[in-house]
Design a protein around this ligand. Structure first.
Ligand code: DP6
Length: 328
């Protein structure tokens, strides 16, 4: 079937239980199981058009042509689609984020999820969601989870993610406390490779991660907020501890990051149940039940360390859009 043009959107997901490290770098298979919440905000919209007139893939991100490594990562995904489809057509890719790219806000997750869905559909392939998740995973493992709405899991060594519970399962909020604007200095892919190679704590991280995953998955199914929050914080700190033990240490935390972490812990003591997580960037994402979200937002917004707060609810998986933006 020839289609050649498709538009898709996907949201970022934030790992409640972290993926950090690969069991097979060439195939981009995760060494540990991860568990995430797909958000209703932080959206990437991507249009892919295969065109016989093009001699090379042309990739635009937020209106600017991309080159180098970013271009190569997009081309690698398109090559996989072309191989599956059995054609050689080059593509025009236009992608926009409604939030800053590569700033520690999981732009590669929403980006590769939207690209995998748009490119496979534009090529005329009719793939299952799992197969599209597998395509996205080969580019960026966290992207595999953004194909699914609500709570999603990517098991260790797995080709694709799957849904654990839909977005309606639990009325949680994740407030993103942005502590710094601008691009992060080191990407996740490189940082996790260095951690695996150099950190004496990496093996302990990989050994303990499955147990934490099991406990968190059960807490989600049973909607036990404090258990999920405690697991999330421990997963966060174990992941960062493994990075801190490299030489030189990989440190994504800034003074502002730590300031927010301390405030979240203090708020909990003061009776506001909320828990933090931090990815490969300086921002702090804070998990809270919906009924406490407004109070938490006020607290976070009042901190000198916080530039702005992006409130997110559980959101849907990636979806195809018509050119006018409506779901199809
Ligand atoms: C800290 O998915 O960006 O956000 O597979 O190399 O592209 P690659 O890594 P990536 O790593 C995400 C790491 C994390 C934790 C997580 O999302 O699970």
């Amino acid at each position: 079937m020839t289609r050649h043009l498709a538009l898709a959107s996907a949201h970022s997901n934030i790992a409640l239980i972290k993926y950090w490290g690969k069991s097979d770098s060439a195939r981009n298979l995760p060494a540990v199981p991860s568990l995430s919440l797909t958000l209703d905000g932080l959206t990437t919209t991507t249009r892919v058009q295969f065109d016989a007139e093009l001699s090379a893939d042309r990739v635009q991100l937020d209106g600017a042509l991309v080159a180098g490594r970013e271009h190569a990562r997009v081309v690698a995904l398109l090559d996989r689609v072309r191989a599956l489809r059995g054609f050689e057509l080059r593509a025009r890719v236009e992608s926009t984020n409604d939030f800053p790219t590569a700033a520690g806000l999981a732009s590669s997750a929403s980006g590769f999820a939207a690209l995998a869905l748009a490119a496979s559909h534009a090529s005329g392939l009719s793939l299952s969601l799992e197969a599209v998740s597998g395509l996205a995973r080969q580019s960026s493992a966290s992207a595999a989870r953004s194909l699914f709405g609500g709570f999603a899991s990517l098991p260790a060594d797995s080709e694709h993610a799957h849904q654990v519970a839909p977005s309606t399962h639990w009325d949680l909020r994740l407030l993103v406390a942005v502590t710094e604007e601008g691009r992060k200095p080191l990407g996740s892919t490189e940082a996790m490779e260095v951690t695996k190679r150099e950190s004496p704590y990496y093996s302990a991280w990989v050994a303990h991660a499955p147990e934490l995953y099991q406990e968190a998955e059960r807490a989600i199914r049973e909607r036990r907020f404090d258990t999920l929050g405690a697991c999330m914080e421990q997963s966060t700190m174990m992941m960062h501890a493994s990075m801190w033990a490299t030489r030189p240490a990989i440190v994504f935390f800034t003074d502002a990051t730590l300031g927010v972490v301390h405030r979240v812990r203090a708020l909990r003591k003061e009776g506001l149940p909320c828990y933090f997580t931090i990815d490969a960037g300086p921002h702090v994402k804070v998990l809270v039940e919906a009924r406490h979200a407004a109070a938490l937002q006020r607290e976070l917004a009042s901190l000198v360390q916080v530039k702005r707060v992006i409130p997110c609810a559980p959101g849907p998986g990636a979806r195809l859009l018509t050119d006018e933006g409506a779901s199809c």
